[in-house]
Design a protein around this ligand. Structure first.
Ligand SMILES: [Zn+2]
Ligand SMILES: [Zn+2]
Length: 265
């Protein structure tokens, strides 16, 4: 079955991913105003009225800003685990009971024709997760906002056709940058965000040189640049003997606009 994937916007200023199959259209996170998400969807010719639901990774504002408004405007179910519901409940406004769907991290569930595996991540929020979404023979991983990637997580995301993964910061830029000490410590901790080099090392263990599409996401505006993330990870993967042009397809998710749409046939 065909699947389409698009990063509508990515970074600490807001995150939103769009995914569709022939029967289902979902967002993962909606970290912008409802109006902005509608605009982003319009840019890829998707009518928000055709959406079927929203998956939420965690309750930080850059992931949930538009979730409540979109659910009310288009009568969309919101899928999140219990901890995230507790964390976002007051921030997203009143949601119809029938649109509150609760899952458990690390247990599969189905939504329409999608098989969804919410994968626990390490982050300073109630109960964050990433998602492995697929159907019979496709697998897409969306995993950002994690300070650490365990062996179990690596094992689970192996074999993905698309890996949308965090490359948040360059460690030196962060250490020498303008963030106050406590914020630097937060980002660098195992409950913060993945650095470029962490991301490279994780990818080195996970990729199979099988033409996987790797999209680097959730870049910090202050402590990274698209070029630095791309070059660091390309350099590291090539050192491991991976051809980043032929064997994998490496790119960076744009901060303020939609990426190209990837179609998996
Ligand atoms: Zn975030
Ligand atoms: Zn976060």
């Amino acid at each position: 079955m065909k699947m389409k994937f698009c990063s509508l916007s990515s970074g600490s200023s807001g995150n939103c991913v769009y995914m569709e199959t022939e029967n289902t259209r979902v967002l993962i996170d909606a970290g912008f105003s409802g109006k902005k998400v509608e605009e982003l969807l319009k840019n890829i010719d998707v009518d928000p009225k055709t959406l079927d639901g929203i998956l939420v990774t965690h309750e930080h504002t850059d992931h949930i800003k538009g979730v409540g408004i979109l659910s009310r405007r288009y009568n969309l179910p919101i899928m999140a685990n219990y901890g995230t519901w507790m964390g976002m409940d007051k921030k997203i406004g009143k949601i119809k009971d029938e649109n509150i769907l609760i899952f458990k991290n690390d247990y599969d569930f189905e939504f329409r024709d999608l098989e969804i595996h919410p994968i626990s991540t390490y982050h300073d929020s109630e109960c964050s997760c990433g998602y492995i979404v697929g159907n019979s023979n496709k697998k897409i991983t969306v995993m950002t906002d994690t300070g650490y990637v365990s062996q179990n997580m690596k094992d689970k995301i192996k074999g993905s056709d698309i890996l949308y993964v965090e490359a948040n910061h360059d460690v030196d830029m962060l250490k020498n940058g303008i963030y106050p000490y406590h914020l630097k410590q937060r980002v660098l901790s195992t409950k913060g965000h993945l650095s470029n080099i962490d991301s490279a090392m994780m990818l080195g263990e996970v990729l199979k040189a099988n033409e996987e599409k790797v999209i680097l996401a959730h870049l910090s505006q202050e402590n990274n640049t698209p070029k630095m993330a791309f070059e660091t990870i390309k350099f590291y993967l090539e050192k491991l003997g991976l051809d980043t042009e032929k064997e994998i397809d490496l790119s960076v998710a744009p901060r303020h606009m939609a990426s190209k749409i990837i179609t998996l046939d």
